[in-house]
Design a protein around this ligand. Structure first.
Ligand code: 5AD
Ligand code: SF4
Length: 440
């Protein structure tokens, strides 16, 4: 028997790309490919790319450049570009990087095996369709899904919001929700393989409205049904838009213990003027009131967010409003970015804020976020949380897992990967907590 072909995948960007990479690996697995962690031994290298900011997109080209010696040493090596850079740049990638054999967008990767076969025959292919057929209907079931206690599950893709800075509506396409039954089936399959925590993914996941057996289901309904799956212990979802944070979903946070008390709810800015220019369609005050409502349903909710500094037209006063909002919310975690002009988006036409000003604001904002994050972690010391162990720690006899609040927790224990324990937090390090098992 001949050796199986080897596939190396590098994933950039968001969690949806992580999920897509797994599905692509499974699709190629059905064609006899096994995955490898070592690019040098691969027969095919696939870069699953991100286009959200300029840096992410440029990284892809520099990584492709770095593959040149490998391709020279091994002319049969096939190189593919998948994901959002593939979608945004298509043919351009072949022109700029002739070593690339195939380019496949995020909505057509069920065609990857067929494209790989063409590549083996020396044919170059570009597929950036938004096909009529649903890729999920054409991907194999998930027999080879890796056995891990946590998994991502895409339930909704694309975005119709068109925030002025964002490429997602162009690269991922219009908002589409997967049918509820398919999601439940995929979830049950994952649970049978040992998964205990599922994170539902979507660019606007809380706008989920997939077809159910009795009409469209909301995300809250989907969560409540998933909560009935025996063996599934934790449910999370990301990313949400404030305007889609429906009352039934907020209520579910108060009523459904399997729904974890951590919510990623990006606001981007605390200035109404900038929010308007960003086309976010809500004010800072509305966001703050929404968080009050969420905390009324679930008082211990750990809030997370995304911020952009240096959006065109942002003044010192606008930035101060963002800082005020951050103080008012008190985040457990947040991601912040310097505005990056993306070709084709409305904001890209406007005059950017000076780079040194944007850099300084980013530093100031990140210092505040870091302080809030440390305080949130410090506040966990002495408390009991549940921890799902995900992997052995660096020290012998140690496991690392995530708390309900998504903090990484180190624990000395004999409990295996996949166990959930009650843990008392004893100390806080910069990026993790340490705890001891109270009860398994
Ligand atoms: N520049 C900087 N940050 C951006 N994001 C999206 N588009 C841009 C851009 N053009 C950030 C937003 C979003 C997160 C995923 O990435 O904060 O919520
Ligand atoms: Fe981008 Fe806005 Fe859609 Fe989020 S809601 S994916 S930031 S356009």
């Amino acid at each position: 028997m001949s050796e199986p072909k080897k596939l190396f995948i590098k994933t950039y960007g968001c969690q949806m790309n992580v999920y897509d990479s797994e599905r692509m690996a499974e699709a190629m697995g059905a064609e006899g490919y096994v995955t490898t962690e070592v690019a040098e031994e691969a027969d095919m290298v696939l870069l699953n790319t991100c286009h959200i900011r300029e840096k992410a997109a440029e990284k892809v080209y520099s990584d492709l450049g770095r593959l040149r010696p490998l391709k020279q040493a091994k002319p049969d090596l096939k190189i593919g570009v998948a994901g959002c850079v593939a979608q945004a740049e298509g043919e351009e990638i072949l022109k700029r990087m002739p070593l690339v054999d195939l380019v496949v967008g995020p909505q057509s990767y069920h065609r990857l095996p067929e494209m790989a076969k063409a590549a083996e025959k020396g044919e170059k292919r570009v597929d950036t369709d938004f096909p009529e057929e649903d890729k999920f209907d054409h991907l194999p079931d998930r027999p080879k899904a890796a056995v891990r206690p946590t998994a991502f599950l895409t339930v909704q893709e694309g975005c119709d919001k068109f925030c002025a800075f964002c490429v997602v509506p162009y690269t991922r396409g219009a908002e589409v929700s997967r049918p509820a039954e398919r999601i439940l089936k995929e979830a049950r399959g994952l649970v049978e393989k040992g998964v205990r925590e599922i994170t539902l993914l979507g660019q606007n996941v809380n706008a989920y409205h997939g077809a159910g057996p009795d009409g469209d289901w909301t995300l809250a309904r989907l969560v409540r049904e998933l909560a009935r799956v025996d063996g599934l212990d934790r449910i999370r979802y990301t990313t949400s838009h404030p305007n889609d944070m429906a009352d039934d979903l907020i209520a579910a946070h108060g009523e459904e213990p399997k729904l974890m008390p951590y919510l990623h709810l990006p606001v981007q800015s605390g200035s109404d003027r900038i929010l308007k220019a960003m086309a976010r369609k809500h004010t800072a005050e509305q966001y703050l009131r929404l968080i009050e409502k969420i905390r009324a349903a679930r008082p211990d909710m750990m809030m997370s967010g995304d911020f952009i500094v240096g959006f065109p037209g942002e003044t010192d006063a606008d930035f101060d409003a963002t800082m005020d909002l951050i103080r008012a919310v008190n985040y457990g975690m947040a991601y912040s970015f310097k505005y990056s002009a993306r070709p084709g988006t409305p904001a890209a036409e406007k005059t950017p804020v000076a780079a040194d000003v944007a850099d300084a604001r980013l530093q100031t904002l990140q210092a505040l976020i870091t302080q809030q994050q440390r305080e949130a972690q410090q506040g966990m010391v002495g408390r009991e949380v549940s921890v799902l162990f995900e992997k052995p720690g660096r020290l012998k006899g140690q496991m690392v897992g995530k708390s309900d609040y998504l903090h990484a927790v180190h624990v000395d224990t004999d409990l295996p990967v996949g166990a959930i324990a009650h843990v008392r937090i004893v100390s806080s390090a910069p990026n993790s907590l340490a705890g001891e098992v109270v009860a398994a």
